[in-house]
Design a protein around this ligand. Structure first.
Ligand code: ADP
Ligand code: MG
Length: 207
């Protein structure tokens, strides 16, 4: 992957989020305040408009993360912004991103979300999609899969992880205020994480 591929992912993510904003907002209306889709739509539009020309892949993600932090409301803005910035920092100044480097970037993104949000797996947050995605990516990498194969494995695990949040009771974020009434609904942030990783699989699978 190069900088253009990562920029294509951010632009594709903006399209996917925009197309799915109503559904994400409905999920958030059930257990939160009904703004998640619109928050992310605003953030990813800003990110797509803030992508640098002629910059290395890491700088593309850092710029996207910065735009998301400044334009996305709610808890998810700082969390996704931090994830992208940490991923970008992990890529450093390299001009090309191989499967191992992308795995390290995804791991750094997860660490960033955990450091900021303090959520563990099972707390019914985006961590429940991102953590299994990173684990599946690393397992595929260890099995010798190429970058597209690793991303496909991550996207599949994220989708299953989002489904697995349905029976969970939220222990972090706004949904935790509902206590047991948060059970029976998919976590909006876990669902958007699965969407973003599906977008990455779309972009890497084309090559
Ligand atoms: P807000 O909850 O402030 O309205 P959003 O609706 O945009 O923000 O995002 C809600 C999502 O943010 C949740 O579905 C959850 O996945 C994620 N989230 C909230 N708090 C945390 C946290 N502490 N750690 C990880 N993710 C969190
Ligand atoms: Mg919300």
């Amino acid at each position: 992957m190069n900088a253009a591929d990562l920029a294509a992912w951010i632009r594709h993510s903006a399209e996917l989020v925009s197309a799915d904003a109503e559904r994400l907002t409905r999920l958030d209306a059930a257990i939160g305040d009904g703004d998640h889709g619109h928050n992310l739509d605003r953030g990813f539009r800003a990110a797509a408009g803030a992508l640098p020309e002629d910059a290395p892949p890491g700088k593309v993600l850092i710029a996207a993360g910065r735009a998301i932090v400044s334009k996305t409301g709610g808890a998810s803005g700082p969390l996704y912004g931090t994830a992208l910035r940490r991923a970008g920092k992990a890529l450093g100044d390299a001009g090309d991103v191989d499967a191992a480097a992308l795995g390290a970037a995804l791991r750094a993104a997860l660490d960033g979300v955990r450091d900021l949000g303090k959520a563990a797996e099972g707390d019914k947050t985006m961590v429940d999609a991102l953590a299994p995605a990173v684990a599946a990516y690393e397992a595929a990498l260890a099995d010798g899969a190429d970058l597209a194969g690793c991303v496909r494995a991550a996207a599949g695990a994220a989708a299953r992880g989002a489904e697995d949040t349905v029976p969970m009771q939220a222990r972090k974020g706004r949904a935790s205020y509902l206590g047991p009434r948060s059970v029976g609904h998919m976590d909006p942030g876990a669902s958007s994480t699965a969407l973003l990783l599906r977008g990455l699989a779309d972009v890497t699978g084309e090559g």
